[in-house]
Design a protein around this ligand. Structure first.
Ligand code: SAJ
Length: 427
């Protein structure tokens, strides 16, 4: 194979498919047999716009083959999960397993690229681990043999826009050797029309973490503003809109909290690697993590003695127009509402989520509801996700209900007759 991609998740699979579509012979490796089988049938193990046709095309052409064993290849891309560990550092166990499977296949001269988001120093440690596993190759390289080049090139694509962003985003490559950087650049030029920027591996690792941390700190600022505005009776959406008219101000949008597997995780890797120096980054994480609890407390105080109210909760995913409910602040909010309002009837609605998430079933919620039936039955409507499907809910459907809009999409309904309550929305 020209290339083996280890890990066929949100990043690995599209990466493998795009390289294969460009004519390279690509092996996709995953420990999960069901993923391997799905890919070999030309099917997607998860939903991502525009990816299906590229994967099935590459498989039909014979350029993409999935397997559970790491094969021999000229270049390897590692795209395995690096989740948050209990300690708030990174859990690098998937990476260690990948290295263990990969090391025996090296023959000297390969390129090994780490794409997984990683704490500073991981690429250097990855090389040290490979050298420990294959002292023969490193000794041969010291005698003039071919080096195994280890580089970091962090993925930066946005779920929902992966196929476009993989081709058009600029790429950072952090290399341990000049030749490694040069070879990785040539490889990515096959699929990337953006600029390819070379640096050292630790700076590349930090670049990725800093991008997501920048977003987290900015959202934390917006979330803190929303809580301040809630207290002062100011419309936070209008406030941010006005402030953003300044040519050098760009405040992001407040919401019910920050979810997903990246923005809510990556800042901790920086805090973990320099705890004394990361006060602002830690505070931002804490502000964003506190937001779901703030929303629940405000809903409860607004309901007052109506503790047996029927509450329609609109949106369970971690952001708009996707089907992913993992690490979703909405799920936390529904769980906590159910716990703190045991007499209330909670009706979760999400057109992208077919089955009730297990966490909600164990919180005593019976089933998902349709938008129409939930709105008809509701005493209170709590909007948590700005899915397109919710944007044109009519003022008449909200009239007479307590309406709490945490995404600021219904602010204008007030002028149409419904009262959108001040909490985190238009007064
Ligand atoms: N959110 C807000 N307010 C905003 C923007 C987002 O509350 O103004 C919330 C969302 O609702 C969601 C969370 O933040 O709960 C994260 O969503 P997101 O769309 O900001 O980001 P992700 O997690 O889907 O993808 C991010 C992207 N990073 C940046 O934009 C800097 C993506 O480019 C990365 O590749 C990805 O993380 C990753 O894999 O690291």
């Amino acid at each position: 194979f020209n290339l083996a991609v280890i890990g066929l998740g949100y990043i690995g699979l599209p990466t493998a498919a795009i390289f294969a579509a460009k004519g390279m012979r690509v092996a996709g490796v995953d420990v999960k047999q069901s993923t391997v089988d799905a890919v070999n049938r030309g099917e997607l193990p998860f939903v991502e716009p525009d990816m299906g046709v590229v994967v099935s095309g590459a498989v039909t052409l014979g350029n993409l083959v999935a397997m559970t064993e790491v094969p021999f290849a000229d270049a390897y891309i590692i795209a395995v999960p690096t989740p948050l560990a209990e300690s708030n550092g990174a859990d690098l166990s998937y990476l260690s397993s990948a290295v263990e499977a990969l090391a025996p296949k090296l023959r000297g001269g390969e390129l090994v690229i780490l794409e997984s988001t990683s704490p500073p120093g991981t690429t250097e440690r990855l090389e040290a681990e490979l050298a420990r596993a294959r002292p023969d190759l490193w000794a041969a390289a010291a005698q003039g043999g071919a080096h195994v080049h280890v580089v970091h090139s962090p993925e930066r694509v946005l779920p929902g826009r992966i196929m476009i962003e993989m081709a058009t985003n600029d790429r950072v490559i952090g290399a341990l050797t000049e030749e490694g950087g040069h070879r990785a650049k040539k490889l990515y030029e096959v699929i990337c029309q953006g600029e390819i920027l070379l640096t050292d591996s630790t700076t590349a690792e930090m670049t990725k973490l800093v991008e997501n941390t920048f977003r987290d700190v900015n959202i934390a600022f917006a979330n803190e503003l929303s809580v301040i505005c809630d207290r002062l009776g100011i419309d936070v959406w209008r406030l941010i809109e006005l402030a953003n008219h300044h040519p050098r101000v760009n405040v992001l949008r407040p919401g019910p909290g920050v979810g997903g597997h990246c923005i809510a995780v990556d800042p901790w890797f920086i805090v973990d690697s320099a705890p004394e120096e990361s006060g602002l980054i830690r505070a931002a994480r804490e502000v964003n993590d506190a937001k779901p609890h703030h929303v629940v407390s405000r809903v409860i105080s607004l309901l007052g003695d109506r503790t047996d109210a029927t509450v329609a909760v609109l949106g369970l995913t971690f952001k708009a127009n996707i089907d992913d409910v993992r690490e979703s602040p909405s799920v936390t909010i529904v769980q906590e509402l159910a716990r703190r309002l045991p007499q209330a009837r909670i009706l979760p609605v999400d057109p992208h989520v077919r089955t009730l998430p297990a966490k909600l079933a164990s919180a005593g919620i019976d089933a998902m509801s349709s938008l129409d039936e939930a709105l008809a039955a509701a005493d209170a409507v709590l909007l948590l996700v700005d899915h397109d499907a919710f944007l044109d809910v009519g003022a008449a459907q909200l009239e007479g209900r307590l309406v709490i809009d945490t995404k600021g999409v219904w602010g204008t309904k007030r002028s149409e007759g419904a009262l959108v309550h001040p909490i985190l929305a238009a007064p």
